[in-house]
Design a protein around this ligand. Sequence first.
Ligand code: GRE
Length: 338
Amino acid sequence: MLGKIALEEAFALPRFQEKTRWWAGLFATDVDKHVAEITDVDSIRLNYAEKHGVGLQILSYTAPGVQDIWDPKDAQALAVEINDYIAERVQAHPDRFAAFATLSMHDPNEAAQELRRCVTKYGFLGALVNDTQRAGVDGDDMIFYDNEKWDVFWQTCTELDVPLYLHPRNPTGTIYEKLWADRKWLVGPPLSFAQGVSLHALGMVTNGVFDRNPKLQIILGHLGEHIPFDMWRINHWFEDRKKLLGLQETCKKTIREYFAQNLWITTSGHFSTPTLHFCMTEVGADRILFSIDYPFENFSDACDWFDSAELSDIDRLKIGRENAKKLFKLGAYKDSNA
Ligand code: GRE
């Protein structure tokens, strides 16, 4: 399929070669190739896109990124630097690249302001945040965005009418020591990423973020970070037990209604037809968006799979590009109507 849109596509700042190598060493089998791919915002990924029918790539700063920086001033300075950098790269290929804002999430007002700057000045399509923000004197605290303090930020998202992609980051500090240090192979895609993001997303659901901000749109990668598989069980416990015990006060709708009205899932890093079909049943083809997760995954695995997956033409178009066109209110881009 031509003109696919991909929206969990990472880049790194060239000046962070060392950090990029360290992170790549945890996940990539060919570190040099990974570093070259993630630092390129030009011909390497444009060539892959050309070959595999990706029309538009919505780029975002790699994990753990600014969420790893517990000094608020340093975090804000880096976010601004990243946004100014990627704005320039996107402007060089506006029909092929777009961007999500990178945000320091120490302070809801500051995050809202930087999001507003990126959307109004640069035309960014929303923001991507790597789960909780590290904070505190030694980085061992974690800021969640699922409490009322963050409503000012969520109001800005809805006012600007842009979604936020809630992306994973690695467990750190005490949480890493207590839960993951002795089972380090489960850090990342096998388990920790989905656990972190699903906790945060379901925290937003149960703490009333979507009731207070009914227009808010949140995107989850990796076919929903395990939540669709548990939909029946979550719904059963919310509706039949927890709401009778008090959850009703902060969470008026059902989990399925939040998925229909506020949540989106992408295929990033999860190229399985049975799982996609399952998600189409549980979440619906109207809320699923194609994505790759480049360069942690590659274009051919994602695109060859998606282009030949057993799907109706209508569903392939919806998931491959039409849903994203509507969500991001996109104009023409390369092969947008091919
Ligand atoms: C990511 O999307 O950021 C990511 C990593 C490491 C491994 C896999 C992955 O940072 O998808």
